[in-house]
Design a protein around this ligand. Structure first.
Ligand code: F6P
Length: 322
C-alpha cells in the first residue's frame, strides 16, 4: 500500500481543485492512503499535512483556487528547506509526493527527485509556459476571462471612439496576451518575447482612426518591454496625432480567480489520474502533461532544462489579422 501526499504550489490556477480531487479519488480507488499538504512547500516543511478521503474532495470540481492553499516558499529554494520537507514526509510514513504547479513548483519537485524522494508533477499554470505540456491547468479559463474583458471593453471603446490598452498576466510569457488578442480581434498585441517599438503601436492606432474604426484594442502582456503604464506614458506625449482617446485597464489577478471551465476540469481530472497511474507504474521524477491529445510523462530534468517557446506561427497570424 502506498501513502501519497499532494500539494498545490505557486500561482493558483482554475482547475487545481479538480486535479486534487482526481489525485485523491484515483489513489483511494487503488487502496492507497492519500494526504493533502497545506500551502504548498511551506506546509511540507512545517508538517501541515492531513489524510484525505474521497469525501474531503467532494463538491470542489467547479471551484476556482485551491482548497489546499498555495504559496511561493522561499525556504524551499534552499537545500536545507528541501531536506526538511522530505524528512517530514518520511516521518509521517508518506512515500510519494504529487506537485501540482508551474515552472517554479516543478523546479522544486525536480530537486525533491534529485534528493531521492519519489515525486510526480502535474502541469498547472495560467501562463502556459511550462515545457512538457502543450496545455496546462488553468490556461483555458484564464484566457476566457481575458477574452470577456476584451469584448466588454470593445463595447465602451465603440461608444466613445476610444482605444483601450488591456494588460493581461504573463511576466515572461505572452501566451494569454497572444491568444486573447487573436480571439478578441485586437489591433495590436505586445509580448515579452517580441521587441516592439511603441511608435509602431502609435502608428497602427493613427491608421485605425484614419480608416474610420470606431474602436481599437491593444493587448499587452505584463512582461512586455512596454507594459500598459509605459505605453500610456508614451501615448500621452503623442496624443494629438493618435485620434483615439486612450484608456488603460490592468486585469491582474481577476484572471486567476475564475471557476474552471469544462476544458480545465477535464484536463485536471485526466492529469490527476495520469499522476496516479505513473506512480502505480513506478515512474517517478516526471511531469504529467497533455501532448497531442494524450496524457504523457516528461522527465523533470528535461522540463527544468527547457523553455517552452511561444508559437511564431501564431504571432504571424496575429500580425496578419490585425
Ligand atoms: O505564474 C502565474 C502568474 O499569475 C503570472 O502570470 C504572474 O506574473 C504571477 O503569477 C503573479 O504572481 P503573484 O500572484 O505572486 O503576484
Amino acid at each position: 500500500m502506498k501513502h501519497v501526499a499532494v500539494l498545490t504550489s505557486g500561482g493558483d490556477a482554475p482547475g487545481m481543485n479538480a486535479a486534487i480531487r482526481a489525485v485523491v479519488r484515483c489513489g483511494v480507488a487503488k487502496g492507497w492512503g492519500m494526504y493533502g499538504v497545506r500551502n504548498g512547500y511551506a506546509g511540507l516543511i512545517s508538517g501541515n499535512i492531513r489524510e484525505m478521503s474521497t469525501r474531503d474532495v467532494g463538491g470542489i470540481i467547479q471551484k476556482g483556487g485551491t482548497i489546499l492553499g498555495s504559496a511561493r516558499s522561499q525556504e524551499f529554494y534552499t537545500d536545507e528547506g528541501r531536506r526538511k520537507g522530505i524528512r517530514t514526509l518520511r516521518q509521517m510514513g508518506i512515500d510519494t509526493l504529487v506537485v501540482i504547479g508551474g515552472n517554479g513548483s516543478q523546479t522544486g519537485s525536480y530537486h525533491v527527485h534529485k534528493l531521492g524522494f519519489p515525486v510526480v508533477g502535474i502541469a498547472s499554470t495560467i501562463d502556459n509556459d511550462l515545457y512538457g505540456s502543450e496545455m496546462t491547468i488553468g490556461v483555458d479559463t484564464a484566457l476566457n476571462i481575458a477574452l470577456e474583458a476584451i469584448d466588454r471593453l470593445k463595447v465602451t471603446a465603440s461608444s466613445h471612439q476610444r482605444a483601450f490598452l488591456l494588460e493581461v498576466m504573463g511576466r515572461k510569457c505572452g501566451y494569454i496576451a497572444l491568444m486573447a488578442g487573436i480571439a478578441g480581434g485586437a489591433e495590436y498585441i505586445l509580448l515579452p518575447e517580441v521587441e516592439t517599438d511603441p511608435e509602431e503601436v502609435a502608428e497602427s492606432l493613427r491608421l485605425a482612426y484614419e480608416h474610420g474604426k470606431a474602436h481599437a484594442i491593444i493587448v499587452v502582456a505584463e512582461g512586455a518591454t512596454y507594459n500598459a503604464d509605459a505605453l500610456t506614458q508614451y501615448f500621452e506625449k503623442h496624443k494629438d496625432r493618435l485620434g483615439f482617446k486612450i484608456r488603460a485597464t490592468i486585469l491582474g489577478h481577476v484572471q486567476r480567480g475564475g471557476d474552471p471551465g469544462a476544458f480545465d476540469r477535464i484536463l485536471a481530472s485526466r492529469l490527476g489520474s495520469g499522476a496516479i497511474e505513473a506512480i502505480d507504474r513506478g515512474e517517478f521524477g516526471v511531469l504529467v502533461g497533455l501532448n497531442k491529445g494524450s496524457i504523457t510523462t516528461t522527465p523533470l530534468e528535461e522540463v527544468v532544462a527547457n523553455k517552452k517557446e511561444i508559437s511564431m506561427e501564431m504571432v504571424k497570424l496575429a500580425q496578419t489579422l490585425d
